[in-house]
Design a protein around this ligand. Structure first.
Ligand code: UT7
Length: 353
């Protein structure tokens, strides 16, 4: 059996901090309201020198270095984002332009569920034997599309990027189960209008009145209800599909959107708070970046041990959801470049039967 172990990881967030006290001066809100309804205290916000590219590249460099690889070693780069710096070319190609190498590169759009979707796609490429070393990035700079006169959304989001490197192993490591779901009928509850809907009805594109900017639109209550419904179910399904029980789970690493939503998911898995990794108080909701950032911080804090079973679970625009059990550790990964030729040969496309 082939698996796709996580052998490298890295994160990057902008330096600029936007606190709840800052927001109190910008809109009619309070630290007390934000903390009690969401758990968020501050978030990182892109400055003039930052972009989705700069954050994704910084996270990717750390992940590739941690895996003791170079960009030339990579077979594929997948970037989960819905805030790319350009429509053409892909965010993944913009990242590769700075990293180097000639790996295949493409973007994946599943909003805040994007990183878990991308992790599952990358894992399939490794498990089928098609590729050996894959870089998966979750990166978003949503604050560029937030209306800072709308208190219902501007308190929630922050910017950042996180990346992991996947490498083939014959031991059960990396993503062991996958649950992907979407309910397109709920797309009206969380979206960013595109050119087709904006141009005919509202040129010039950027207007000053709240709600008319080409930014994020959200029905928070609907998204909240949806999230509470799917997060726990998806996580429980992922545990079952991995052939495990809740007592086998060492850590829940959830999408960091709202503490009340995370608590509901943890209750369903019967997990105490100390088994749930939380950092939304410092970063808010960083969309596709939130799970890989949380993973990096959990590792840096010494909270992850070889063989630990982690549950990743996310929800977001689509409406979409995604979950999986990840077994931490790099057992069975060939760190000796001399064996790569044989690995590649074993994984190469064979002749049609
Ligand atoms: O990755 C997915 C991204 N989206 C999400 O995660 C959003 C999911 N939804 C949520 O997290 C919650 O629905 C929110 C945090 C957005 C809102 O919390 P809530 O408990 O559902 O509050 P609410 O929308 O029902 O609003 C309650 C009150 C309202 O006032 P009235 O009508 O009761 O007088 C709002 O106008 O709170 C008011 N309110 C605020 N007050 C102070 C809404 N936003 C704010 C604010 N500060 N920032």
């Amino acid at each position: 059996m082939r698996y796709a172990a996580i052998t490298g990881w890295g994160m990057a967030v902008p330096e600029r901090v936007l606190t709840n006290a800052d927001l109190e001066r910008m809109v009619d809100t309070s630290d007390e309201w934000i903390v009690s309804r969401t758990g968020i205290r501050e978030r990182r916000v892109v400055g003039p020198g930052d972009s989705t590219t700069s954050l994704a590249v910084a996270a990717a460099r750390r992940a590739v270095e941690r895996a003791d690889l170079t960009a030339d070693d990579l077979d594929l780069i997948i970037v989960a984002t819905y805030t790319p710096d350009q429509f053409l070319v892909s965010q993944a190609c913009l990242v590769q332009a700075q990293l180097g190498g000639t790996a295949g590169a493409f973007d994946l759009g599943a909003a805040c569920s994007g990183f878990v979707y991308a992790l599952s796609v990358g894992t399939q490429f490794v498990r089928t034997g098609c590729y050996e070393r894959i870089l998966v990035i979750g990166a978003d700079t949503l604050t560029r599309l937030i209306d800072y006169t709308d208190r219902a959304t501007c308190v929630l989001f922050g910017d950042g990027a996180g990346a992991v490197v996947l490498e083939a192993t014959d031991q059960p490591r990396g993503l062991l189960s996958t649950v992907l779901g979407a309910d397109g009928a709920g797309s009206e509850h969380l979206y960013i209008p595109g050119w087709a809907t904006l141009v005919p009805e509202s040129a010039p594109l950027v207007q000053d009145a709240p709600g008319t900017r080409p930014g994020l639109r959200m029905n928070g209550n609907e998204v909240f209800r949806f999230a509470v419904r799917v997060m726990g179910d998806a996580a429980a399904d992922a545990v079952e599909r991995a052939g495990l029980s809740f007592s086998d789970i060492d850590m829940l690493i959830p999408h960091q959107a709202n503490l009340r939503i995370i608590d509901a998911a943890a209750r369903q898995l019967d997990l105490p708070r100390e088994k749930v990794w939380l950092n939304l108080d410092r970063y808010g909701n960083t969309s596709a970046a939130s799970i890989p950032i949380a993973l990096c911080e959990a590792e840096a804090a010494g909270a992850l041990a070889d063989g630990n079973n982690l549950v990743f679970v996310a929800f977001g625009g689509g409406l979409s959801w995604a979950a999986g059990v990840v077994r931490w550790g790099t057992e069975g990964v060939c760190r000796d470049r001399a064996c790569w030729g044989a690995e590649a040969k074993a994984g190469a496309d064979g002749p049609a039967a």
